[in-house]
Design a protein around this ligand. Sequence first.
Ligand code: HEC
Ligand code: HEC
Length: 293
Amino acid sequence: MGRVRASWRVAGAVGLLAVAPLALAARAGAGPRPIYQTTRHDAGTPNSDVVVRHHGVVTSYGDSAITYSAPPATLKALGYALYLENCATCHGTQANGVPVAGTTGAYPNLVGLGPATIDFWIESGRMPATDPRSVEAPRRPPRLTHHQALAIAAWINSLDPSYPGIPTVHLRGGNVATGMALFALNCAACHTIEGDGDALARSTFAPSLRHIPATQVAEAIRTGPGNMPRFTGNLSDYQVRDIVKYVTTEIQHPRNPGGFGLGGLGPVGEGFVALLVGVAGLALIAFWVGERQ
Ligand code: HEC
Ligand code: HEC
């Protein structure tokens, strides 16, 4: 008799364990979705009186540090086909963030975001997303090629031409020291001075900057993906170039003036290695010089 009751209890517990995650999942799905609609038309434009246009498209802000380009309009048709295949289920066939039979505000509106934003999210592998409810879509190996990203950006941009274009950073002439100072001031609070990234509030995080190509660093600075602020008027193109140069040289290829780098673990980890090697070495020496019987 007792044995039967115990096995019922075990079955009950197992049942509860199986149902609990389902109940939690149902709750998460039922909650209000975040409002994603943005008004970011022409975002990422630095304050500048000098605006150089080429066929109506802003190509630079009067200096040689960064040139911006709009993807060629000839890619529009290809871009629309790729968009329908890869993006429309979530962002809607009009790219306005309203999926077929969906609710307004369920997904970000992409119209008017500018080619740099579209290019960044595709080339950093964040889009097309796999999780429709993701709060911070993670960086992944890109699933579309550079050409395909340009094509999709060309079609979306044709709906409402906007800035910033896709930046090409002319790193030659950039100043790493100035870049480091600007990075410490503007970026290190979230990404850490070594660029390793860190946790932020509500299970979001600032990612590591160790393997990000120059174009994507500039795109992130100018467009502010997700929870990252957008840096526009407060950073000139010269300053963005210096920061990108610092990130792609010092952070991604650190020099170690002090000998072995130990993977840039920081003072605590490196101090621990020094202690371990030092104490073990001293112990060995003491053992060697000490008297033995
Ligand atoms: C499974 C659904 C889904 C698919 C498919 C998808 N997206 Fe997204 N997209 C999202 C979600 C959710 C977000 C918000 C994620 C975040 O903030 O981290 C987002 C964000 C974006 C953003 C950032 C918008 C902003 O305001 O900063 C861009 C740009 C974007 N998507 C473009 C695309 C493109 C282009 C495609 C197709 C190649 C695509 N997405 C496919 C769900 C999707
Ligand atoms: C308030 C915190 C914050 C500050 C300040 C900040 N970032 Fe970010 N950054 C983020 C977050 C959060 C993300 C991830 C966004 C996402 O994936 O939705 C990010 C993403 C990035 C990425 C993309 C990395 C990847 O994995 O693709 C780059 C590059 C970047 N930041 C560079 C910078 C630079 C350079 C600065 C200074 C000019 C800066 N960030 C300032 C929070 C910050």
